[in-house]
Design a protein around this ligand. Structure first.
Ligand SMILES: [Cu+2]
Length: 375
């Protein structure tokens, strides 16, 4: 009897170790599964990402109803150097809508908030790294090309990245959710659309694939964050301007103004005393504005009401409508990226549409005191 109890206790602790293989190294994940990645992958570690990830369903309109699954980064900390202290970067990052309106006006599909689609199991040939979460999450670590090169000193560096990705099957389409964590602190977020056209190979009806993300950026902790919109006016002289976002609102994106959003912390500074932050840098194919009012702006800033509240991109205009103060609080950014799958499609799209990517980057501002990994 005693032996049986001991054996089941051992089995339980072994299971816990399997679930949290690196728990001894870092603070446990309050939600989800822990993952630690150090860079460079060969030799002594310099930078380090410590993540929590999870697969959850978006909430439906009534508490018991649930919608599509999404791969969530439920926490991310980055250590910018071997001797540096880790800095909290993300409280929560997730894709929160895939909106597919067809060019004739109908159908208008909300693939994440109308139906309960699921992440699919990935085959080993699809994921060259480690498959996690019942094979539905792929972890890959690899090269990311040239990071920098110094023209005066014979020194250069290739970068590395950790990528977590999943596929949401939404009927005839598969959608890739991808989160890349670079060795320099950059986070690259991408969405990919691949699959079959709605009515088969001969279907030529154009449509958009719009992806929306909820980005709870927590620069050095959840509190005390302020968003600024930066813009440039280009002439012989280039004039830059920065506007503090005081209350919840949608933000225009202006190609001529190089619009980007910086989130900085009130008190957190690097070794040079400069404020730490992260910048939302759009990677834009084009900008859309549909009759649906949440698509009126590609970027929104709202106030966080905790990890379980206000999760649907489709309702961001409602969340923002009471214009709560957001300066110096725990704020949430929202980003909408669009891909136009044109009418009269090319024959390359006949059987299965090759992956079309859209996304954005979150870039560190003064997390390091100098160029990452520069000797
Ligand atoms: Cu398409």
């Amino acid at each position: 009897m005693k032996y049986a109890l001991l054996r089941s206790a051992l089995a339980l602790s072994a299971a816990a170790l399997l679930l949290h293989p690196s728990r001894a190294l870092a603070a446990p994940c309050a939600s989800g599964n822990e993952l630690v990645q150090e860079f460079p992958t060969a030799g002594p570690a310099v930078s380090r990402w410590e993540l929590c990830w999870d697969v959850v369903r978006l909430p439906g309109p009534i508490p018991i109803a649930q919608r599509s699954e999404t791969l969530v980064i439920s926490s991310a900390e980055f250590r910018p150097g071997a001797a540096a202290a880790p800095v909290k970067v993300l409280g929560d990052l997730r894709m929160s809508e895939i909106f597919v309106p067809y060019h004739p006006g109908t159908p208008r599909l909300h693939d994440m908030s109308d139906l309960p689609f699921s992440l699919v199991a990935l085959a080993s040939v699809e994921c060259t790294g480690t498959r996690l979460g019942s094979n539905r999450v792929c972890r890959e670590v690899g090269d990311r090309g040239l990071a920098w090169r110094d023209p005066y000193v014979p020194v250069s560096r290739r970068g590395e990245k950790l990528v977590l990705w999943s596929i949401l099957n939404a009927g005839n389409y598969d959608y890739v959710m991808e989160y890349g964590f670079f060795d320099d602190g950059t986070i690259e977020v991408r969405a990919g659309a691949t699959g079959r056209k709605l009515l088969g190979a001969d279907d030529m009806t154009g449509h958009f694939h719009n992806f929306a993300w909820r980005i709870d950026l927590d620069v050095d902790g959840a509190d005390g964050d302020t968003a600024h919109v930066s813009a440039a006016r280009v002439g012989r002289k280039v004039t830059e301007s920065e506007k503090t976002i005081d209350v919840e609102q949608g933000l225009k994106w202006d190609a001529k103004g190089f619009t980007h959003v910086e989130v900085s912390d009130a008190t957190s500074v690097n070794g040079r005393g400069r404020p730490r932050g992260y910048t939302l840098a759009p990677v834009v194919e084009g900008s859309t504005r549909f009759p649906e009012s949440w698509t009126k702006f590609p970027i929104w800033v709202t106030r966080s009401h905790g990890p379980e509240a206000e999760l649907l991109a489709r309702q961001v205009d409602v969340y923002a409508s009471d214009r709560e103060p957001v300066a110096g609080t725990d704020l949430v950014l929202w980003y909408l990226a669009s891909h136009d799958h044109e009418s009269d499609m090319r024959d390359e799209d006949r059987r299965t549409v090759p992956v079309a990517w859209v996304g954005f980057r979150l870039e560190p501002q003064n997390l390091w005191d100098g160029t990452p990994f520069h000797p």
